[in-house]
Design a protein. Structure first.
Length: 92
């Protein structure tokens, strides 16, 4: 898809703004598929789904805005440690 950034929208709401990569923006087939996926995404809702706030499939660089869900950035070096058994005691 392309980069995703958090931005403040109207009323102070924070959204995740997802921009289509420039190399895909020139493809009519990609734009058509993007518009269909956005339309499908707007028709579904649920507790575990992130709602689409707005979009513009016809923009020079198409974009999609969803509610922001805070989390660990994908660029973070942090990784959860794997659980391992406790080390053997040296007390015997």
């Amino acid at each position: 898809m392309g980069p995703s950034v958090s931005r403040a929208a109207g009323g102070g709401q924070v959204v995740a703004l997802k921009l289509v990569r420039p190399e895909y923006a020139d493809s009519p087939a990609f734009r058509e598929r993007f518009a269909r996926e956005v339309a499908a995404g707007r028709r579904v809702s649920g507790h575990h789904l992130v709602a689409i706030v707005d979009h513009d499939a016809g923009a020079k660089r198409p974009w999609l805005a969803t509610h922001h869900v805070p989390g660990i950035p994908s660029t973070s070096p942090w990784r959860p440690a794997a659980r391992s058994p406790p080390a053997p005691s040296s007390n015997g």
